[in-house]
Ligand binder design. Structure first.
Ligand SMILES: Nc1ncnc2c1ncn2[C@@H]1O[C@H](COP(=O)(O)OP(=O)(O)OP(=O)(O)O)[C@@H](O)[C@H]1O
Ligand SMILES: [Mg+2]
Length: 327
């Protein structure tokens, strides 16, 4: 597989004017992206996603480390490297607000040196693909946020670069538009051999579109793995256990202490325990805890898990803790 993006040990700290303290937004982050890969960049608020993306598209200079795009060193051949990238950043849509939807598409297609006919064809294709045909003669200024976002992504596609960076493409969009955008992105991912990095909090976006996910927390990479691997890994750990009766207060307290990510719901006739067990060993510890007050186990099932739960487990649970080197 051909590496198209090579990131080695990049760091970025911002100075705080008031206290002279530094915020270490990105710390020694390294990863590779292969040509044609769709990579999810995830992490809680303030994790360093936007800073990383800004360094990749040249809006921010890394304090240290290196970035190569298509073999071009961002430090030495910045402009050449940037020819390979288009980006749609959160809150910063590269559109002309006083032009119409169609005029924007035609303007950016014109920049690529297409003929008049090609420009019109490109604009028609994108209007269709992004479901913007009805709005083609409206000013960008008056469009809803969702439509502006769709247009911004269409414009980024027009640039025909190998790499597309999308920072929080569904942020602030309502459920319907977010779903529609996901569908459009899925088609683009399938049809075009682009390399795409999507930063997102929106886990269905990641689960549906990305083959691989990098999770960053407090500026550091804590996980870099295929999404299906992560799902499988966590799927085998998630259990739903039906109990014959309620837990005693003592058992509940011990449970919270020993398995902090578990949830316990007591009903009149049965109680249910949802728990993630990290090593095979832990199930015996759990049974010992249940045995203490003679709690009966009625059934044990593996629960299905979605990427949202995987993410929460990694960021809030033990995994990040285990993997993040202490500083
Ligand atoms: N221009 C700036 N000046 C000072 N600190 C900044 C600046 N930009 C970001 N930060 C800080 O750097 C850290 C990383 O921010 P960044 O925006 O990269 O995170 P993020 O993962 O994109 O977060 P979010 O999910 O909220 O978008 C945060 O602590 C943030 O407050
Ligand atoms: Mg951000």
């Amino acid at each position: 597989m051909e590496t198209i993006i090579e990131v080695r040990g990049i760091s970025k700290a911002y100075g705080k004017r008031s206290t002279k303290e530094k915020v270490h937004a990105v710390r020694d982050v390294s990863f590779d992206v292969h040509r044609g890969e769709v990579l999810g960049l995830l992490g809680p608020n303030g994790a360093g996603k936007t800073s990383t993306i800004k360094m990749l598209c040249g809006l921010l200079q890394a304090d240290s480390g290196s970035i190569h795009i298509n073999g071009l060193d961002m430090g030495k051949k910045r402009l050449k490297a940037l020819e390979n990238i288009s980006a749609v950043l959160e809150g910063n849509r590269n559109l002309y607000w006083r032009l119409t939807v169609r005029e924007n598409l035609e303007y950016f297609a014109g920049n690529r040196g297409y003929s008049r006919k090609q420009i019109a064809n490109q604009a028609d294709k994108l209007l269709q693909q992004f479901n913007l045909k009805e709005k083609e003669h409206e000013l960008v200024n008056g469009l809803s946020r969702g439509m502006q976002q769709k247009l911004a992504i269409a414009v980024a596609l027009l640039a025909d670069t190998d790499v597309i960076l999308l920072d929080e493409p569904t942020l602030g969009l309502d459920v319907e538009v977010s779903y529609e955008l996901r569908k459009i992105l899925r088609t683009i991912v399938k049809e075009e051999q682009r390399t795409i990095i999507i930063s997102s909090h929106d886990m269905p976006v990641v689960q549906e579109l990305c083959e691989r996910a990098i999770i960053i927390n407090k500026g550091e990479v804590v996980v870099d793995d295929r999404v299906d691997n992560l799902m499988r890994l966590f799927e085998t750990r998630a259990y739903s256990i039906k109990l014959g009766g309620p837990l005693s207060v003592g058992q509940e307290n011990k449970l919270r202490f020993r398995f902090p990510m578990s949830t316990y719901t007591a009903h009149a006739h049965e109680s249910v325990l949802e728990v993630n067990l990290e090593q095979g060993q832990e199930i015996y510890e759990l049974f010992d805890l249940l045995k203490e007050d003679g709690t009966m186990v009625e059934s044990i099932d593996r629960t299905t898990i979605d990427f949202e739960q995987v993410f929460i487990q990694i960021v809030k649970g033990g995994m990040a803790h285990e993997m993040v080197p202490s500083i």
